[in-house]
Write a protein that binds this ligand. Structure first.
Ligand SMILES: Nc1ncnc2c1ncn2[C@@H]1O[C@H](COP(=O)(O)OP(=O)(O)OP(=O)(O)O)[C@@H](O)[C@H]1O
Length: 254
């Protein structure tokens, strides 16, 4: 793979918790334009890997690069500025806000977040905020969830919240989006909607790295699929190759 084709490179990452090696020299690349699946039995180290890649955990050793830039040791917001955005298994609490307000929390590079700018460049702040509002309204429509805009964010279903999380992540215009179990606890109708949206975003150019326990969901969306076992990469291949590999079957039954 040429350097330009790789959005994310994970090289020999190690993370220990006391005597437990949660990430054991994990090494892989995510090719631009793909939906790459990341699967593995419970405790294989998938969430730890996401936390390391997105800067929420510090690695003991190894490196992470995004778009050819070494981001090892950077803070999550710095890594986000390089175009890597993640969602969480359990969406963050947004009490007291409508869905539209929750969407507005935390888009990247928002000048309103800098108090100084309120005094030095108030016009810029106003413009940025109205652009954010336009972006939120456009994305709510694209995700076909504009009817939820004025609902209290805590009153919508878990599945709808997952759609809102995905929509909110897209406000940052990521080059690579890390999705942590988007289908978990979501009913079949909304799961299909989520899959449709993930496919649409990918066709429009967003590369994805997808952790998912629902095999049907991940195998119908992802290619390639990386299998993690005991903190390291066991294999990588097309969904059909992974599903029939005896090492993978053993790891799951193990
Ligand atoms: N903060 C932590 N402190 C101590 N041990 C941890 C911590 N986070 C994860 N672990 C341990 O590291 C190992 C990998 O956990 P991790 O959550 O990354 O696996 P996973 O593949 O995401 O599992 P699951 O599919 O069940 O979510 C497990 O043994 C877990 O108990």
């Amino acid at each position: 793979m040429s350097k330009d084709d790789v959005v994310l490179r994970v090289d020999n990452l190690v993370k220990t918790f006391g005597a437990l090696v949660a990430t054991d020299h994990a090494t892989f690349e995510v090719e631009r334009g793909t939906i790459t699946g990341l699967i593995g039995p419970n405790g294989a180290g998938k969430s730890t890997l996401f936390n390391l890649i997105s800067g929420f955990y510090e690695a003991d050793s190894g490196s992470v690069s995004v778009n050819g830039t070494d981001v090892t040791g950077q803070e999550p917001y710095e890594i986000a500025d390089h175009g890597l955005i993640r969602t969480f298994q359990t969406p963050r609490k947004v009490e007291g806000m409508t869905v539209r307000e929750a969407m507005l929390v935390g888009p990247r590079n928002q000048p309103g977040e800098s108090f100084l700018k309120l005094f030095t460049a108030p016009g810029e702040v106003g413009e940025a905020e109205s652009k954010n509002m336009d972006d939120v309204n456009r994305i709510l429509e694209e995700f076909e969830i504009d009817h939820l805009a004025t609902q209290p964010a805590t009153k919508i279903s878990g599945g709808q919240m997952k759609l809102v999380e995905l929509a909110r992540a897209m406000l940052s215009e990521p080059e690579i989006l890390l999705l942590d179990e988007p289908a978990a606890g979501v009913n079949p109708t909304l799961r299909n909607k989520l899959a449709e949206q993930i496919r649409r975003l990918n066709e429009q150019g967003t590369t994805m790295l997808l952790i998912e326990h629902d095999m049907e969901f991940v195998m119908s969306l992802a290619d390639p699929v990386i299998v993690l076992d005991q903190g390291s990469v066991l294999m990588e291949g097309r969904p059909d190759e992974v599903q029939s590999d005896t090492r993978v079957i053993d790891a799951y039954l193990g």
